[in-house]
Design a protein around this ligand. Structure first.
Ligand code: ADP
Length: 187
C-alpha cells in the first residue's frame, strides 16, 4: 500500500533534523503529549503521524484524531516545531518521505518492550538509515494508554488527569455524558 498524507502533500514546515512519532492516538493522551514534548529535545521538527489503519476500527476518525492533537499541541504552546499528519503503510517509508532520520516511540512497562523491540528491529531491517529512539514514560503516565482512556470515558470516569480538556470534552460528547465543570472551565 502506498504512503498517504492527509492533505495529499507533505507537511509544510519541515526543516532541520526531523523525527517522526507514529501511533494510533485514539485519542491523544497526556502520556503521548509528554513524549512529544520531550522528543522536541532530539530534533528540529517533530512529525506526529497518525496511523490510518482501518483494521483497528478506532473510536475517532483520522481527521478527529488529527484535530484533537493539533488543538492539544497549540494549548501546550508546542505547536511551533510540531506538525501533525496521517499515514498508511510502512512507518519507515513514511519517515523517509518526510526526510526523517528518527522514529520516536514511548515505553511504559516491560510489556511494551517486546513489541517496541520487534518494531525497532524490523524498521531497521527495512531501512538502516532511520534510527528508532524509545523515550521512557514519565512516572505519572506509566499506567496510561488510549485504551484505558476510552474505557474510562465510556464508563463516565474522571478524565482530567489523563487527557487534555479538549479531548475530555470530545470523549464526553462521543459517549453522551454531559460536560463536567472541569471541561467547561478550560475550553
Ligand atoms: P496506545 O494505544 O498504547 O496509547 P499508540 O499507538 O497511540 O498507543 O502509541 C504511540 C506510541 O506512544 C507507542 O510507542 C506507545 O508505547 C507510546 N505511548 C502511549 N502511551 C504512552 C504513555 N503513557 N507513556 C509513554 N509512551 C506512551
Amino acid at each position: 500500500m502506498n504512503n498517504h498524507n492527509s492533505d495529499n502533500n507533505k507537511p509544510k514546515f519541515i526543516q532541520g533534523r526531523v523525527a517522526v512519532y507514529p501511533g494510533t492516538f485514539d485519542p491523544v493522551t497526556l502520556g503521548h503529549l509528554d513524549i512529544a514534548a520531550r522528543a522536541l529535545n532530539l530534533c528540529d521538527t517533530l512529525v506526529i503521524a497518525v496511523g490510518d489503519n482501518r483494521n483497528k476500527s478506532p473510536l475517532f476518525t483520522v481527521e478527529e484524531r488529527i484535530t484533537l492533537l493539533r488543538e492539544s499541541l497549540a494549548e501546550m504552546g508546542i505547536d511551533g516545531r510540531v506538525c501533525v499528519d496521517s499515514f498508511r503503510g510502512l512507518t519507515v517509508q513514511y519517515a523517509k518521505s518526510v526526510g526523517a532520520t528518527l522514529i520516536v516511540r514511548g515505553l511504559r512497562a516491560v510489556t511494551d518492550f517486546e513489541w517496541e523491540f520487534q518494531l525497532a528491529l524490523v524498521n531497521r531491517q527495512q531501512d538502516p538509515q532511520v534510527e528508532t529512539v524509545c523515550l521512557m514514560t514519565s512516572r505519572e503516565y506509566s499506567f496510561l494508554s488510549a485504551s484505558v482512556v476510552r474505557e474510562l470515558a465510556m464508563l463516565g470516569g474522571d478524565l482530567s488527569e489523563v487527557v487534555p480538556h479538549n479531548v475530555a470534552a470530545m470523549l464526553r460528547r462521543k459517549f453522551g455524558y454531559s460536560q463536567t465543570s472541569a471541561d467547561v472551565r478550560d475550553i
